[in-house]
Ligand binder design. Structure first.
Ligand SMILES: CC(C)(COP(=O)(O)OP(=O)(O)OC[C@H]1O[C@@H](n2cnc3c(N)ncnc32)[C@H](O)[C@@H]1OP(=O)(O)O)[C@@H](O)C(=O)NCCC(=O)NCCS
Length: 138
């Protein structure tokens, strides 16, 4: 079986089918928004199998104090082959000098297992009186 190629790249023609494959309709309903989101990201890393785009992670960062991981997605046909792990590790290595790494994700056991395997901890695990996260959706 082919080994995935993990590399930084931003000019992507095949975004839509990948985002469609994981059912992220908020993006796929507005392809221009998706293109702008990827083009405006600080760092975009992809995974390819035999040249085909099968995974992507992107981060927004000031390269100093904060690294926000916005999307990590792996095509269902390529999941559980450590591609998601390799993508997030590429982001973590790129921003090794940045202390605060944050993200928002769905409250599902698989997501928790995935991000915990990568060294992220849920805010709730810090216990009362420590950290609080806020979000506003407009
Ligand atoms: C979450 C996602 C990116 C994981 O990608 P992946 O390439 O399948 O994950 P990996 O193979 O690198 O898994 C790394 C570790 O995460 C954990 N993990 C990943 N998927 C898991 C699942 N479905 N259930 C339980 N643990 C899981 C495991 O600990 C795994 O290590 P292991 O396979 O040695 O047990 C992928 O399932 C996906 O794209 N899902 C749809 C989009 C999404 O929800 N993205 C995350 C929210 S932003």
């Amino acid at each position: 079986m082919d080994e995935p190629v993990i590399a930084e790249e931003k000019s992507l023609d095949e975004l839509l089918p990948l985002y469609q494959a994981v059912g992220w309709t908020a993006y796929t309903a507005d392809p221009d928004l998706l293109r702008a989101a990827v083009a405006g990201s600080s760092y975009v890393v992809t995974a390819r199998l035999a040249g085909r785009l099968v995974g992507l992670a992107r981060a927004i960062s000031d390269d100093a104090t904060i690294c926000y991981l916005q999307d990590v997605l792996v095509h269902p046909e390529a999941q559980r082959r450590n591609i998601g792990r390799a993508l997030v590790n590429a982001v973590i290595e790129r921003y090794a000098a940045v202390r605060q790494k944050v993200l928002l994700t769905d409250d599902e056991p698989a997501q928790r297992a995935f991000y915990e395997a990568l060294g992220y901890a849920e805010i709730r695990d810090f216990g009362p009186g420590t950290l609080r996260a806020f979000v506003r959706f407009d």
